[in-house]
Ligand binder design. Structure first.
Ligand code: PMP
Length: 432
């Protein structure tokens, strides 16, 4: 079956709203290191890491061996009603890394389920279904999480059971507060938060959920201390803080293991997924014990925390820590930022370069600085032609997202910069 036949069968039987990248979508059939190969034999450097799921890269012996040992036992899964050794060990490790006192962990299969669980815990604990979320947020695709997803392009349904109010998310490039200094920007957004609490809620808000750096929203980075200032207001009202670390966790931002740390804040709960499994389906919530234990009836996830996923995740986490991939994310990120900021000086189609570590957003703009989705489209396609896979995002679909595996090498960083220069030059040329 050719890729185009596969595409037409895909279109016939899968939902219209299941997004696919590229004019000619690709099928990845092999992968190794930071490179993936499609069914036509084209090899690409993967700078989106399967939407940040591949923290470490492909075909890593330590992780494959850990999974294989589990497979060799014959137990892919029986039931989470029985003890699972790796689940306990992984939970202990994540609880410790979380910095949350008396933390407990619950495993799910995805980020969506992790956030659904966090919402259930917060609303149950506080006996309120009022949630604060950030404008332009993305938290998942199920009934409650889609309701706290502010980004219009991904708000698939407006019939959520949660009562949500949106506050400023810290996106500065197009904010009315963009000209303010960091301190004044934080003060203005904190005033906005107080205002929303007073004018748009009945005063018994359960929790605020926030991505420390918005992922789908376009890698928007609020100034350090932003959520510290928010937390002071939340504490005045007993409102819980949930940090959605699905994209920012595991050291990807370079400077901290969790994105929220940049704000001097320890949240009440963190949710995680994606990179932890290095390709396997796993997510979860780590929360203050008292909050985690607030449910009064039994609950379980049939597959959440299963032996295969937790064996792979434990090996991934050990690999991340043993090899200081957070340090490498900082190092490679610095080189990329240097090169990309230089490109922004030379090509005005590149309006903004932002992010932290190996989470880098490139905002493509028209000559008048308005969003340019077509330019982002050109960069996406041109990069692919030149052998580089990148992501797209942002409210207007005009932000290119770079998030390679954290094992990235100096040579690969250089190779990517070269390809990006060619692709951005092509977008500049096409915009004329
Ligand atoms: N939270 C954030 C910040 C995400 O980026 C995503 C996925 N893009 C999710 C939650 C949902 O995760 P999943 O797709 O695994 O359900």
């Amino acid at each position: 079956m050719t890729e185009s036949e596969l595409l037409s069968r895909h279109r016939a039987v899968l939902p219209n709203w299941l997004a696919l990248y590229y004019d000619e979508p690709i099928e990845i059939v092999r992968a190794s290191g930071r490179r993936v190969t499609d069914a036509n034999g084209n090899t690409y450097l993967d700078f989106f890491a399967g939407i940040l799921t591949n923290a470490i890269g492909y075909d890593v012996a330590e992780i494959s061996d850990a999974i294989r040992r589990q497979l060799d036992s014959g137990v892919l899964h029986t039931s989470t009603l029985y003890l699972i050794r790796k689940q306990v060990e992984l939970a202990e490790q994540i609880a410790e890394l979380s910095g949350i006192e008396g933390a407990k962990v619950f495993f799910t299969n995805s980020g969506t389920e992790a956030n659904e669980t966090a919402l259930m815990l917060a609303t149950q604990y506080r006996r309120s279904n009022q949630i604060l979320a950030l404008r332009n947020s993305y938290h998942g695709r199920a009934f409650a999480t889609v309701g706290i997803t502010g980004n219009r392009g991904w708000s698939a349904s407006s019939l959520s059971p949660v009562k949500v109010s949106y506050v400023h998310g810290g996106y500065r490039y197009r904010s009315p507060f963009s000209s303010l200094s960091d301190a004044d920007f934080i003060a203005a957004c904190t005033d906005d938060l107080r205002d929303v609490l007073q004018t748009s809620t009945s005063g018994d808000v359960a929790a605020m959920i926030a991505e420390p750096i918005q992922g789908v929203g376009g890698f928007n980075v609020p100034p350090d201390g932003f959520f510290g200032s928010f937390k002071e207001v939340l504490d005045e009202h007993g409102i819980l803080l949930i940090s959605d670390e699905v994209q920012t966790g595991w050291g990807r931002t370079g400077e901290h293991f969790w994105g929220m740390r940049a704000h001097g804040v320890t949240p009440d709960m963190m949710t995680f997924a994606k990179g932890l499994g290095n390709g396997l389906a796993i997510g979860g919530v780590v929360a203050r014990g008292e909050v985690m234990d607030c449910l009064t009836a039994n609950s379980i996830s049939t597959f959440g925390g299963n032996p295969v996923s937790t064996a792979g995740a434990k090996a991934t986490l050990d690999y991340l820590l043993d090899n200081d991939l957070q340090g490498n994310a900082a190092k490679q990120g610095d080189t990329l930022f240097g090169g990309l900021r230089d490109l922004a000086e030379r090509y005005d189609v590149l309006g903004d370069v932002r992010g932290k570590g190996l989470m880098i957003g490139l905002e493509l703009v028209e000559a008048d600085r308005s969003p340019s989705p077509p330019s982002a489209g050109v960069v996406l396609e041109e990069a692919k032609k030149r052998g580089l896979l990148v992501g797209k995002g942002g409210l207007h679909g005009n932000v290119i997202r770079l998030a390679p595996p954290m094992t990235l090498t100096d040579a690969e960083t250089g190779e990517a910069l070269e390809i990006l220069e060619g692709s951005i030059a092509a977008a500049q040329e096409a915009r004329k």
